[in-house]
Design a protein around this ligand. Structure first.
Ligand SMILES: NC(=O)c1ccc[n+]([C@@H]2O[C@H](COP(=O)([O-])OP(=O)(O)OC[C@H]3O[C@@H](n4cnc5c(N)ncnc54)[C@H](OP(=O)(O)O)[C@@H]3O)[C@@H](O)[C@H]2O)c1
Length: 323
C-alpha cells in the first residue's frame, strides 16, 4: 500500500520535518496556510474531497501560548474546530487522522509522569483549545492517533532553542525559569518516530490502515526530563563546543558571537509571565513503547543531534516527489 497523505502545517517545526520524511511512505499533498487556512471550513471540505487522502497528518496548530490568552477564538478555530472537521471528513473517506496535542492539557499538580488516562485540567487558553481538539477528534468516530508531545523545538521556527541562542548574543547574563519541569522534544525525533509508526502500520495494511487499539492517545516526548534553566545551559554548552559551521546556528545568532557568560535560575513568579503554565508536565511514554516498540532518545541526545553536522550532510539525498 502506498497511501495518499494529506499533511497540514508543512511550514511549522514538526510539519517541515514530516514533509521531509512522509514522501518515503506515500504520495504527499501538503497545502500551506495560503492554500488552506484552517479557519475556513469550506477550504477544509474542498481539499479533503479533492485529495481523498487515506492518511491525514495534522501538524498545523495555533501554538502561540501567550497570544492564545487574548485570541482564544482563533486558537479554538485552528486547534479544535478544524481538527473536528478534518476528523469528520476523514471518517466519511475511511481515512485515518494523525494529530498532535500537548502536555499543557495537564495542570502540573502531579509529581510523577502523566499517563494518558490522567484527567486533563488545562491551565491556559492554548491548553483548553488543544484539549477541545482532542475531545472533538475522539467524539468524531474517525480512526485516529493523537500524539501528545511537549516543549517542541527545531533549528527553524520560533522556539526556546533559537530564542536562547539569540539572547546569548545580546546579553552577558540570561535568567531562565528553573521551576518548570518537562521534556524538551526535537521536531526531528518527533517526526522520525511518527513516520516509523506510520511505516509499520502501512506495511501491515492491505488496503486500509488499522489501529493498534481503540483508544488513540499516546504520549510522545523525549525519554527524560529537565527544567528550562538546565535546557538553556545545555544549549549554550552545545553551541560553545560545536566545531562545525552550522548554517542554522549562524542564522540563529545572525553570525554574531555568543557573549552570555552566565545563566541564572529564576522562579516562574519572578519571571512574571502573564500565562499560567504547568510546573510539572512530564509525560510517561510507556504506552507508546508498549503499542509501537518506540522510545524517543533522551532530551540531551536530541539536542546534540541539532548540533551535529550529520544532520546537515554536504550532499543531501535527492528530493522526493511531493507537493
Ligand atoms: N511548539 C511546542 O512547544 C509544542 C508543545 C507541545 C505540543 N505541540 C504540538 O505539536 C504540533 C506541532 O507544533 P509545532 O511546534 O510544529 O507548531 P508550529 O511550528 O507553530 O507550526 C504550526 C503550523 O500550523 C500552521 N498554521 C497555524 N495556523 C494555521 C491556519 N489558520 N491555517 C493553516 N495552517 C495554520 C502554521 O502555518 P504558518 O507557518 O503559515 O503560520 C505552521 O505550519 C502542534 O499540534 C502543537 O500543538 C507543540
Amino acid at each position: 500500500m502506498r497511501p495518499t497523505i494529506l499533511l497540514t502545517g508543512r511550514t511549522g517545526q514538526l510539519g517541515s520535518e514530516l514533509h521531509r520524511l512522509l514522501p518515503g511512505l506515500g504520495e504527499v499533498i501538503a497545502p500551506d496556510r495560503k492554500e488552506v487556512d484552517l479557519r475556513e471550513p469550506e477550504k477544509i471540505r474542498q481539499i479533503m474531497r479533492n485529495v481523498k487522502p487515506q492518511l491525514l497528518v495534522n501538524a498545523a496548530a495555533y501554538t502561540a501560548v501567550d497570544a492564545a490568552e487574548t485570541d482564544e477564538a482563533n486558537a479554538l478555530a485552528v486547534n479544535s474546530e478544524a481538527p473536528l472537521l478534518l476528523a469528520q471528513e476523514a471518517k466519511k473517506l475511511g481515512a485515518m487522522l494523525v494529530h498532535f496535542s500537548t502536555d499543557y492539557v495537564f495542570d502540573g499538580s502531579k509529581k510523577a509522569p502523566y499517563v494518558e488516562t490522567d484527567p486533563p485540567v488545562p491551565l491556559n487558553a492554548y491548553g483548553r483549545t488543544k484539549l477541545a481538539g482532542e475531545q472533538a477528534i475522539r467524539s468524531s468516530g474517525a480512526d485516529h492517533l493523537i500524539f501528545r508531545t511537549s516543549w517542541v523545538y527545531a533549528t527553524q521556527g520560533r522556539n526556546f532553542l533559537l530564542t536562547i541562542l539569540r539572547l546569548a548574543t545580546e546579553r552577558e547574563e540570561l535568567k531562565v525559569i528553573d521551576d518548570q519541569i518537562g521534556s524538551p522534544t526535537s521536531a526531528v525525533d518527533l517526526a522520525e518516530a511518527t513516520t516509523a509508526i506510520l511505516a509499520g502500520m502501512i506495511a501491515r495494511a492491505k488496503d486500509q490502515l488499522t489501529l493498534p487499539s481503540v483508544d488513540g492517545i499516546y504520549h510522545m516526548t523525549a525519554a527524560d526530563y529537565t527544567t528550562w534553566y538546565e535546557f538553556a545551559k545545555a544549549i549554550l554548552e552545545e553551541a560553545a563546543s560545536t566545531q562545525q559551521n552550522l548554517p542554522w546556528l549562524t542564522s540563529a545568532t545572525k553570525g554574531r558571537p555568543i557573549i552570555a557568560r552566565r545563566v541564572l535560575p529564576i522562579s516562574t513568579r519572578a519571571f512574571g509571565s502573564p500565562t499560567h503554565r504547568p510546573a510539572y508536565s512530564v509525560l510517561s511514554n510507556a504506552r507508546l513503547k508498549e503499542a509501537f516498540g518506540i522510545t524517543l532518545p533522551a532530551w540531551r541526545t536530541q539536542l546534540q543531534k541539532c548540533f551535529s553536522p550529520a544532520r546537515f550532510p554536504a550532499n543531501p539525498p535527492a528530493a522526493v516527489s511531493s507537493r
